[in-house]
Structure formats: C-alpha cells, structure tokens
Ligand binder design. Structure first.
Ligand code: ADP
Ligand code: MG
Length: 240
C-alpha cells in the first residue's frame, strides 16, 4: 500500500463572492508525481497557495503526514516539509544565485548555516545545471536559469513534498526538453511532487496520476491517459 503524505479534504477557498476552489479532495502518495491540471483560472495556483500557506483555506483540512497544516503560516509549513516554486518567479534579484539558494536552505526543516549551507547550495545548483553561474547576480540570468534557481532554492528546504506551479511555462522547445528531464530526474530520486502544468507532454511523461480542475472543482482524477481521454475534461479544455 502506498503511504499517503498529503491529504486534502473538502478544501474550499472563497475570494469575496468567487469560489476559487470548491470542496477539493485528493491524496498525494509518497514517491508520487501528482499532476494538477485544468484551464486557466480553474483554481490550481489557489490550491498550491493553500498547501504552502500563502493564504488559508476558507474551510477544509490539509494534512501533512497526519498533521493539520491548513491555515498555518508559510514559514511553518516550509519547516514541516513543503517547498514550492512560484508561477511567476520570485527571487531576490540583488543577490547572487548561490545566495538565493542559501536563503532557501535557512527555511528548511533542517537549518543549515555558513559553510554547510553554501556547500549544500552549490551541490543543488550543480544538480539543476547552474554549477557555473553560482556567483552571478540573479538579475543577469536568462529566464530558464531563474527557474533553475527557484527549483534549487525549493530543494534547499529538503522538502518532503515539492510543489511546482507551472515550472515549465514559458520555456522554448529545447529548454522544455531539458526541463522535463530535470523533473524526471527528481522523480527518479523518489521525490514526492505536485506538478501544476499545462504542457501535455510533461503531464504524460511525468505524472503518475492527475487531478483535473475546472471552475474550482475536481472534475476528474486518474492516470494521465485516463483523464486526457475523459469527455468532461476535453469539454473543459475546449471551453464548451
Ligand atoms: P489557475 O492557477 O488555475 O489559473 P488561480 O488559482 O490563479 O487559477 O485562480 C482561480 C480563480 O481565483 C481566478 O478566478 C482568479 O482570478 C481568482 N483568484 C486567485 N487568487 C486570487 C486572489 N488573491 N484574490 C482574488 N481572486 C483570486
Ligand atoms: Mg496558476
């Protein structure tokens, strides 16, 4: 039996009169890549924001290894083992690549300081393909490289669950291939990942299971092959 790491139960988020996420229910198993897919505005980032503590759910429960995390502040949830990247990259532009990753290491569940934090950050930057750029200011990086820094920073927290919100968005076809391979290598290490994604090739090749959202609600759940053949899913994507 798979071990459940994250349990989302009846989670709803309202922004004023808008229900952005409606009674969401899903589990994430240890060593699994769960895709959250759905049209723009369907509530995917809102779901990620509630798991990572950017804002609390209006109601419902989110458990990490059996412990309630819903409504806790982001830094505490990070400390408990959830790290994320942002759909719009958020780095400290005046700091160098390695400094940004060291900053991430300080938020993890195991604090690292000084030389230990730096050597860990270097290892992670090599891991994401940025070994040669560690001292560059983040503001001078190409777009894909800023995404790599964000990924390294999230990994620096040594997360038990890694949340990737459209990490592949905006990459050109060559970069996309590199990016998919990088996520694949994380998956092959046995990491537990929630992947919010639009890129169908990535969904097919990376996800063990997918939850499909439309207008805030879950409309399908299953393997990528199952959900991408589902009539309701196809209708949601066509906007019919
Ligand atoms: P997705 O990531 O699937 O594109 P979002 O989760 O970003 O969708 O948005 C879902 C809905 O919630 C949208 O209608 C969006 O405008 C709204 N929304 C998201 N964040 C906020 C917020 N902080 N305040 C008000 N409305 C929001
Ligand atoms: Mg989004």
């Amino acid at each position: 039996m798979a071990r459940v790491v994250l349990e989302v139960r009846d989670v709803t988020k309202r922004f004023g009169g808008l229900v952005a996420v409606r009674e969401m229910v899903f589990d994430v198993n240890h060593n699994e890549v769960l895709g959250i897919i759905g049209p723009n505005g369907s509530g995917k980032s809102t779901m990620i924001n509630m798991i990572s503590g950017t804002f609390p759910p209006s109601s419902g429960s989110i458990r990490l290894n059996g412990q309630e995390i819903a409504g806790k502040p982001a830094h505490r949830i990070a400390r408990q083992g959830v790290a994320r990247t942002f759909q719009l990259v958020r780095l400290l532009p005046e700091l160098s690549v390695v400094e940004n990753v060291i900053a991430g290491a300080a938020f993890g569940h195991r604090k690292r300081w000084g030389a230990e934090a730096e050597s860990f950050a270097r290892t992670l930057l090599e891991r994401v393909g940025l070994g040669r750029q560690i001292n560059m200011p983040v503001s001078s990086l190409t777009y894909i490289n800023t995404k790599r820094v964000e990924l390294a920073r999230a990994l620096a927290c040594e997360p038990e669950v890694l949340l990737l919100d459209e990490w592949l968005a905006g990459l050109n076809p060559t970069e996309l291939e590199t990016g998919i391979d990088l996520i694949k290598s994380l998956r092959d290490e046995g990491r537990t990942i929630i992947l919010v994604e639009h890129v169908m090739d990535a969904i097919r090749s990376l996800c063990d299971r997918c939850v499909v959202m439309s207008s805030g609600a879950k409309i399908a759940e299953g393997t990528p092959t199952e959900v991408l053949a589902d009539e309701e899913v196809i209708r949601a994507y066509l906007g019919a």
